[in-house]
Design a protein around this ligand. Structure first.
Ligand code: TXA
Ligand code: MG
Length: 319
């Protein structure tokens, strides 16, 4: 990836405005929350979200948490059940993330939700996070601001050590008080602990008046993205296609003849990632027997794209 000038911002009003402007322009800004520093991008902008995965070097498009300043703002994106309302009233703003069914017309990039029908939402309490989110005025997708596989950052210096040159700005708001990621509760069905974190499970159980189902320490069993054949389109998928055969539509990459859609004619992997889910949906709607896909290099974001395409091409369970 090209090297960026990473701007060091403080918490003065002009700095917060600058951070919000960078987000509006599709750039990436790391900012403090009470749990860990998040790497934020506009959750409605496919390219901004693709850049988050690229900057972190994530080998997979696992779904991201969206951050909003208030419960009222969060209600625009997800369906809040009575249980969700109760937990939000008790623990927001704070280190709790709720996974809820998406609302019609949510406008989020499918890369944020990994094309699932649910979205993870958090309203952080940190005053600097609140200031950035309020100034921006939209949903901010933010995983922890570290390179994939490294420890989550609890200071601006940690963020800078990993991500300088890879993101547009870092807002330095001091050390994070909690130092541990948010607790994630799945509410698409019986309330389930998907990840232990900043709010103890016992406090959530006391609020609900019953025990939580355990999804294991980490969202694996409930993150269907981990299953081999999830996200499969209706059509079959054929990888590494050099051209299209009878009954096929072709999803191209790079200079490519006869493509019905092209992930990136210029061969740019960030652009390709930004287009991946949208293009697959569009081609699937053509009702072809098979979607053939040009080879994608196994470097940078190409690894995450290929991971997702391999899942789409995996043998399906019998209907
Ligand atoms: O404290 C935190 O939660 C930090 C700060 C920055 O807010 N963020 C964070 O994000 O830890 P990240 O991307 O590192 O972790 C998000 C987790 C992942 O394990 C992902 O699988 C899960 O949330 N997740 C997101 N959307 C989901 C969904 N729709 N269903 C199930 N799990 C989901
Ligand atoms: Mg993380």
């Amino acid at each position: 990836m090209q090297s960026l000038q990473t701007l060091a911002l403080g918490t003065a009003p002009t700095d917060i405005e600058k951070a919000a402007q960078i987000l509006s322009d599709g750039g990436l800004v790391a900012f403090p929350t009470e749990t860990v520093y998040g790497l934020g991008g506009d959750a409605r902008n496919d390219l901004a979200v693709a850049r988050i995965f690229d900057a972190k070097g994530r080998p997979r498009f696992n779904p991201l948490i969206i951050h909003l300043p208030t419960l009222g703002a969060a209600r625009q994106f997800a369906q809040f059940t009575d249980t969700a309302e109760r937990l939000a009233a008790a623990f927001w703003p704070g280190p709790l993330t709720l996974v809820l069914p998406l609302k019609q017309g949510h406008g989020l990039s499918p890369l944020v939700t990994a094309d699932l029908s649910t979205v993870a939402i958090r309203v952080p309490a940190h005053r600097v996070a609140q200031a950035v989110l309020t100034a921006f005025g939209g949903p901010v997708a933010a995983p922890s601001a570290n390179l994939s596989g490294k420890i989550s950052p609890t200071s601006a210096a940690h963020v800078a050590a990993g991500l300088t040159g890879r993101i547009d700005a870092i807002v330095d708001g001091g050390d994070c008080a909690v130092g541990l990621e948010s607790t994630i509760i799945g509410l698409d069905g019986a309330p389930t602990l998907l990840r232990a974190g900043g709010v103890p499970a016992e406090a959530i159980e006391a609020c609900l008046g019953h025990t939580l189902q355990r999804g294991g320490d980490g969202p694996k069993p409930n993150a269907p993205g981990q299953l081999a054949s999830h996200y499969a389109p209706g059509a079959k998928v054929r990888l590494n296609a050099s051209g299209k055969e009878k009954g096929e539509v072709l999803l191209g990459f790079g200079p490519c003849e006869g493509a019905d859609l092209n992930l990136s004619p210029a061969g740019d992997l960030v652009e390709a990632a930004a287009n991946l889910f949208g293009h697959l949906h569009r081609l699937d709607a053509l009702n072809a027997d098979t979607i053939a896909v040009s080879p994608i290099p196994e470097t940078g974001l190409g690894r995450a794209i290929n991971d997702r395409l391999r899942r789409a091409a995996a043998p399906r369970p019998c209907p």
